[in-house]
Design a protein around this ligand. Structure first.
Ligand code: UD1
Ligand code: UDP
Length: 354
């Protein structure tokens, strides 16, 4: 079978890293990089470090407004799909690359598989939520990471082609743990530290929210390592917020996946607005402080290992000091064999389509 996989943003390279080798055991994979992310630290580093196969196409779309970026991806992906005639187009997660790829394939009557289907934050102001909802409704094979995701799809009447397979990021993490790479910033001083990431539009595009978050991290007086997403760096730079940072908040460039896993493994707590990082914190057993009002990974909150603090200074500082969950964590993201399950479903179900 010919499977055309579409990636474009950081978390999708990590997901493809886990799934690609499984797909290539039995199928021909055509890997398409839309170029949504393009900085070395946001793209190339993952291909090099994780030996992800070289993309067959890089569409070089770059950054733009939602409409322009999605439209540009659609136009360029369409040409590739028409040329390559795949049996299945696979899209990952909830970015503009996901939506654009799924829309084009569906309109060309090519079967669409959605990896990480069924996620919902129930906040339509998030661009990702719109991408998720639309992609799920036009997909033929929907690979859900959790029971909650299966339930969300059922509520919307999506019951055909849904499969609970577990989370491919859990598979990726399992592989990465065996080869972690200690970044320089983790000097062997024995000093305790926290790791933070911030990049969500709801935080970066609202200067008051961003400034409250950064100032709370700064005023915590705890050592916090912040690998900074270029979107956040740009916003902070243009508002002189970056100049208000003092010694406890260590801003570094985004790091590769293996370094990120090492950083998180050594951290006391994680502060984030990322989807993937919330899951990784849970799997690694690190208290997660989520600087958002909602989350699509609600199981981690219900399990007591994640707390939603929004951009509220008091809540952020309280959680940094006092959020100390304990106890066992169930395997809510599966057992690290999601890729194998996806491979099996593809082999079995693709035969049944007319
Ligand atoms: C995108 C996804 C988001 C995902 C995130 C992963 C959408 C709508 N959003 O958000 O769901 O969580 O990727 O990291 O698809 N930039 C650079 N260099 C890069 C990439 C981006 O400088 O290599 C800067 C540009 O100024 C750009 C901004 O970051 O305008 C935003 O990039 P974009 O890909 O549009 O969205 P993300 O915030 O990265
Ligand atoms: N990540 C990374 N380097 C960083 C920050 C994050 O490798 O400097 C990894 C992180 O471990 C997770 C993924 O990127 O696997 C999450 O991506 P991101 O937060 O950009 O997007 P989201 O998951 O929110 O869509």
């Amino acid at each position: 079978m010919r499977i055309l996989s579409i990636v474009g943003a950081r978390p999708q390279f990590i997901k493809a890293f886990a799934l690609s080798s499984e797909l290539r055991k039995k199928h021909v994979e055509i890997l398409v990089h839309t170029g949504q992310h393009y900085d070395y630290e946001m793209s190339r580093i993952f291909f090099e470090e994780l030996s992800i196969p070289e993309p067959d196409y890089n569409l070089g779309v770059g950054s733009s407004t939602h409409g322009a970026q999605t439209g540009r991806i659609m136009e360029r992906v369409e040409e590739v799909i028409v040329r390559e005639c795949p049996d299945l187009v696979l899209v990952y997660g909830d970015t503009n690359s996901t939506l654009a790829g799924a829309l084009v394939a569906a309109k060309l009557h090519i079967k669409v598989g959605h990896v990480e289907a069924g996620l919902r934050s129930y906040d339509r102001r998030m661009p990702e939520e719109i991408n998720r909802v639309v992609t799920d409704h036009i997909s033929d094979l929907l690979f859900a990471p959790t029971e909650t995701a299966m339930g969300n799809m059922k509520k919307e009447g999506i019951t055909k082609g849904t499969y609970l397979v577990g989370d491919v990021m859990c598979d990726a993490l399992k592989i990465a743990k065996q080869k972690t790479n200690r970044p320089e910033i983790m000097a062997d001083t024995g000093e305790k530290y926290l790791v933070a990431t911030i990049h969500r539009a709801e935080n970066t595009d609202d200067m008051q929210r961003l400034s409250r978050i950064i100032r709370a991290l700064r005023d915590s007086n705890r050592s916090i390592i912040l690998p900074l997403h270029p979107r956040t760096k740009r916003k902070m730079g243009s508002n002189e917020l970056i100049e208000s940072i003092n010694g406890n908040l260590k801003i570094i460039n985004p790091v590769g996946y293996l370094s990120m896993i090492s950083l998180m493994t050594g951290a006391e707590k994680i502060l984030t607005d990322s989807g993937g990082v919330q899951k990784e914190a849970y799997i690694l057993g690190k208290p997660c402080i989520t600087m958002r009002e909602t989350t699509e990974w609600i199981e981690t909150v219900n399990a007591g290992w994640n707390v939603l603090v929004g951009s509220n200074r008091g809540k952020i500082l309280n959680a940094i000091n006092d959020f100390n969950p304990k106890g066992d964590r169930a395997d809510i993201f599966g057992d690290g064999r999601a890729c194998e399950s996806i491979g099996e479903v593809i082999c079995e179900q693709m035969k049944l389509f007319p």
